[in-house]
Write a protein that binds this ligand. Structure first.
Ligand SMILES: [Mg+2]
Length: 237
């Protein structure tokens, strides 16, 4: 990128397209599958604990989720779960990977409006292959100068991406639905963040908005507010 460019980064899942609804659909079927062993709250808590424990090994995404779901089912049924049910779990996991990509309202128009004025970069985490599939299926790839798929979105990974593309942190604005993954690490590096919440937030992404980031943290209700925020942010520099 050019050093005077004001670069905008976009998260993908639940920022550009629906994702958590896909997990929620699978969670419902998972609870139903285990309903004659445990109530929904017990199933949810056990699955979340397994996922949390496994993320350092499996990373984020549908494949790691599927393995955690099978592990939890074995644990919650004291090993009584059968091959038929495990096959159903594998099919559930596969259905997530084959799920169509549904864009959030107004995303295409907003990107089309911003792309001529600012270099856009897509930064997402999860299964490499699944994220590549979703980027391709979204039809949005041409709006982005770069697509970065990382295993964790923390200050170190953002710093590496900014360095690689010669982006000045003070001229970088990240847009995303997760305070933890999209906003806090970027603000820590001196950049700015626009939080656009999705109607469901995964428990492991919960975090408090940054404090003391005057002029560098923006809370938006929806994507339609982004052009005005970008205009204000880049004009103040
Ligand atoms: Mg997201």
């Amino acid at each position: 990128m050019n050093s005077h460019d004001f670069v905008i980064g976009f998260d993908a899942d639940d920022t550009l397209w629906h994702n958590e609804t896909n997990f929620e659909r699978v969670h419902e079927r998972y609870r139903a599958l285990l309903a004659h062993y445990h109530d929904a709250a017990t199933v949810d808590a056990a699955l979340l604990a397994t996922e949390k424990r496994n993320i350092p090994l499996y990373g984020y995404g549908a494949k790691g989720f599927t393995l955690s779901a099978i592990e939890t089912a074995i644990q919650l049924t004291d090993g009584k779960i059968g091959a038929t049910e495990i096959r159903q779990l594998l099919e559930l996991g596969r259905s997530m990977l084959e799920h169509p990509v549904e864009l959030l309202d107004g995303v295409r128009e907003i990107l089309a409006g911003l792309a001529p004025r600012h270099p856009l970069v897509l930064i997402t985490k999860g299964d490499l292959r699944d994220q590549e599939r979703k980027v391709a299926k979204s039809g949005l790839a041409d709006f982005f100068r770069a697509v970065e798929i990382v295993s964790e979105k923390d200050a170190a990974s953002y710093a590496a991406i900014l360095r690689q593309h010669r982006i000045t942190p003070q001229r970088f604005l990240m847009v995303g639905n997760s305070i933890k993954s999209d906003i806090l690490p970027v603000v820590e590096l001196g950049g700015a963040g626009v939080h656009i919440p999705y109607h469901i937030t995964w428990e492991l992404e919960h975090a408090t908005p940054p404090s003391g980031a005057e002029g560098r943290f923006f809370a938006a209700g929806k994507m339609a507010e982004l052009p005005a925020i970008v205009a204000g942010w880049s004009a103040r520099k």
